[in-house]
Design a protein around this ligand. Structure first.
Ligand code: SF4
Length: 101
C-alpha cells in the first residue's frame, strides 16, 4: 500500500471538540478506523488527548510515531493512496491550497 501522506506534507491537522489531535480531518470523520488501528497496534486513543497530555507530548507520542509509520487504515488508502483524490484543473490535490506560505 503506497501512501503519499498529505498530513506529513503540509495539510492541517484536526483538533476535535473532545480535545483530541487527529492527523487530518479525514481520519477524524472515520475515527472508528483509528480506534481499531489503535487496538491492533497496542496503542491507546487517549494518548491523543491534548487537554490531558499537552500538545507537544501528543505530537511526540508513541501513538503518532507508530501511526505515521503505518497509515494502516482504509481512510489513508482512500485519501492518500495511489488513487487518492486530485481535484483542480492543474491536477494538484486540493489540499495544496491549504498550505500556508
Ligand atoms: S488520510 Fe491518512 S495519510 Fe492522508 S492525510 Fe489523513 S492521516 Fe495522513
Amino acid at each position: 500500500m503506497a501512501i503519499n501522506p498529505k498530513c506529513l506534507n503540509g495539510m492541517s491537522c484536526f483538533i476535535s471538540a473532545d480535545n483530541k489531535y487527529y492527523p487530518c480531518c479525514f481520519v477524524y470523520t472515520n475515527k472508528s478506523q483509528l480506534n481499531g488501528w489503535a487496538k491492533r497496534s497496542n496503542n491507546n486513543i487517549d494518548d491523543l488527548d491534548i487537554k490531558k497530555h499537552g500538545y507537544t507530548k501528543v505530537l511526540e507520542s508513541k501513538f503518532l510515531h507508530d501511526f505515521y509509520k503505518s497509515f494502516d487504515v482504509e481512510t489513508c488508502e482512500r485519501e492518500c493512496g495511489e488513487d487518492g483524490y486530485v481535484s483542480d484543473r492543474e491536477m494538484h490535490a486540493k489540499w495544496i491550497k491549504y498550505v500556508s506560505k
